[in-house]
Design a protein. Sequence first.
Length: 388
Amino acid sequence: MKLLAFVSTIDLKYGLGCTPSWWQLLKALHETGNEVIVVPYLGGAVESLWWRTYENSCKFESILYNNFLKSHRKVADPSKTKVFLSTITKNLINLDIKPKIKKQLTDIITKEKDIDFILFMNIPLNHITGIPSELKTEFGIPCLYYDGDMPTILPKYAVSRGFKFNYYVNSDLSEYDAFFVNSKGVIEDLKEAGAKNVTPLYYAADADLFAPVNVEQTIDVSFYGHGSGLREEWMTNMITNPSKRLPDVNFSVGGGNFGIDMGNAKLIGPVSYSAFREFCCKSKINLNITRWSHTNIYASATARPFELAAYGACIVSQPYKGIEDWFEVGKEIIVVNSEDEAVETYEWLLSSDEERLKIGERARQRILKDHTYRHRAKTIIDVCKLCN
């Protein structure tokens, strides 16, 4: 099939968490026999071996607005919808951005002639309201939407999560023939909001990209993340206090913006995408500590457990509702329910190289069986065929 992917951004420099996953999914769509055309919503077009691109018709506006949001550290507040900035933003969207997007998508469809469907990927829904309906009426092409920011992008979580704006306000979810989400627990919420044909599309891993590398394991316990917000409790239970109770164990934490005491853990700062594999593979135990909004809403996936499993890592996780949908707890991933359990589990795993290796091998085999991006690409194509 031939698809047009309208994506939030395809440029890694903007640091949007979904972007590395978009690369893997689009690559998988190409590898499974589909022709992929990509248009970015933020920033410029980035060519690759797996897709063709068209330049962003709103490149200047998108970069300008993104820089404004970053410089003002503005966070969405659904209760404040009539402030001066909202009026300016609404006019910019309706009078400039939306017409440009509509014209560009129309021109691409007309030029390409044989596009089978459009996949909107984390595009602000209220910035394109009406466009999918118009395209379907004019060209008869199914429009699909994929949101990888669930559940925290929903209005009731946006403020606590720190998103800069909320794109579900004044949106029309019924415009889309299918709606993919990374969380099974929000499906009913989306159906009530008008979404049709809602299907879980969890994160995954490219098993070639996220493959184990043979390096000396010099780190006992590691964690990587950006910000301690909404995960303070389990960072304390799994890093801060255990690192004090186990003085001979080497804890190493990558990332930043941690607003809590990190105990005796070594803080190494941000790690580049290319260096992330070595950091994980150098660790005997890799921690999965996810924000409470994900762990408490059933089967709300993040990329991290899938990436770690693909590396063959021995993963120890906080309690996580629905994690059993992806991994067999106790065999492919270890879940701890308290600080004491974390300490006992670290001591047990660090005393047995064989046990850690078995857990990691089983985790990678589960990825190969169920959780590569080729699996996710097949789900998209199967659903799309039903929309035609």
